[in-house]
Design a binder for this molecule. Sequence first.
Ligand SMILES: [Zn+2]
Length: 152
Amino acid sequence: MSDRSPIDRLTAEQLLVAARDAATRAYAPYSSFAVGAALLTEDGSVITGCNVENISYGLTCCAERTAVFTAAAAGHRSIIAIAVTAPRLAAVTPCGACRQVLNEFRPQDGDLIVILDSLAGPEQVPLADLLPRAFDPIEGTGNGVQGTANRF
Ligand SMILES: [Zn+2]
């Protein structure tokens, strides 16, 4: 379970608003399944992403990874929370690949909070609940090489 306090409701709602806006820019001509994500970095930056599909389906990138990679490219290494939304499905959760990518950039002193767009409002779920026993060299479960970049 998380040892980080949940994100305050206003912040969670603001992240969901940003994620919904990002979903309007999804490039999803093949599935018509738009997804938006908005993450909050440790320094307070909000970075969004949308899914970007490709005719070669395996090249598609999820909204969460688009946001994480954008954040990483901007120099961010610690993500406190990420809101995820899909207009066609309530409370959509990140896929397994995105969960592992998110784990790479979770805060050093706590869990990353995933904010789902539930019908009842923002639903906060610790990443550790979505990705139990993650491959994580930080926790001593891997090879001790990967995943350390955001810890220095
Ligand atoms: Zn994904």
